[in-house]
Design a protein around this ligand. Structure first.
Ligand code: NDX
Length: 256
């Protein structure tokens, strides 16, 4: 049966960190080509409805750790920390897989990116799940440790911001509409990438709560992936809407 190989965790986490840097160098200059940044030339044949695309792409990040958690024999009852943290990860991806796609009013998603997105979700789902279920060791009072409690708080806060902001974006469109408007309300009052800000806070909270290399690597990946995207969204809005609120920042309220 499976066991912990620390060198595997180290290798997979390092590769995730390297992918993060690759993304940063690619996407600082040009945004990844989906949603409002898709090039007009793209043929409709190369796309899948947003609903299917997000479901397929994010499913492995829920399924892989959930299966690892369920199938481990003997089940890992101790310490509580590992199961709880693994459940947090699955909880986010339960939302992203089974709830978010069914309400999205997004444009069809490019198949090529869907392919890489799915690969990424398999990879990361395995890394986080495998680490928490087979490798992580926490003292029995981890749940009262300041890292766990503050990290959990940040995770919940970030998730709240992310879900609320996704909802505000969705309400900008009637079903079937694909036009872009100026997001209003919630954290959009302060930043153009409110949903991204929430997601980034969420995964740094998760990293602090798990205090692990794989989780910090993933938080860093998230920052490098959607941080530049928030900046490109911001530039798009400034270019498109002459009445765009001048005081609004790209990603971090009052700062950047
Ligand atoms: N999926 C994470 N890299 C990504 C898909 C793309 O979960 O090859 C990373 C995620 C993947 C990426 C994923 C990994 C890296 C990939 C990349 C593609 C290339 C890249 C594979 C897996 C790659 C290397 C080089 C390393 C191999 O029509 P529309 O779609 O624009 O409509 C939008 C709508 N909307 C508006 N409606 C009206 N008016 C406006 N002004 C509007 N503005 C937006 O709202 C959408 O329906 C919706 C949200 O749009 P947007 O653009 O704000 O968010 P989006 O980027 O679609 O993300 C949706 C949610 C969001 O909450 C975000 O935080 C989360 O997913 N997310 C997204 C990406 C990654 C991620 C989280 C993470 O890293 N944790």
């Amino acid at each position: 049966s499976m066991q912990c190989f620390p060198s595997l965790v180290l290798a997979l986490s390092s590769l995730l960190g390297a992918l993060a840097l690759l993304q940063l160098s690619l996407y600082l200059r040009v945004p990844s080509r989906y949603g409002k940044h898709e090039e007009r030339l793209c043929r409709p044949r190369g796309r899948l409805p947003a609903r299917c695309a997000w479901f397929v792409q994010e499913l492995p990040s829920f399924l892989v750790p959930a299966l690892l958690l369920a199938l481990r024999s003997p089940p890992r009852l101790e310490p509580l920390g590992c199961r709880l943290l693994c459940c947090l990860f699955c909880w986010h991806y339960f939302y992203r897989t089974f709830i978010y796609p069914f309400f999205t009013r997004g444009r069809p998603f490019p198949l090529q990116l869907l392919f890489f997105g799915t690969l990424f979700c398999i990879y990361n789902g395995f890394l986080q799940g495998y680490y928490l279920i087979y490798c992580a060791e926490y003292p029995s009072d981890w749940c009262t440790d300041i890292r766990f409690t503050s990290g959990l708080l940040l995770f919940l806060l970030g998730m709240g911001i992310n879900i609320h902001s996704d909802l505000l974006l969705r309400q900008l469109r009637k079903p079937g509409e694909v036009t872009y408007k100026i997001p209003q309300g919630g954290l959009f009052t302060y930043v153009s990438g409110a949903n991204y800000f929430g997601e980034i806070v969420e995964w740094f909270g998760f990293a602090i709560a798990t205090w692990s290399l794989p989780a910090f690597a993933f938080a860093f990946f998230t920052l490098c992936c959607i941080g530049p995207r928030a900046y490109h969204h911001h530039r798009y809005y400034l270019k498109t809407f002459t009445d765009y609120p001048k005081s609004r920042k790209a990603l971090i309220p009052f700062v950047f």
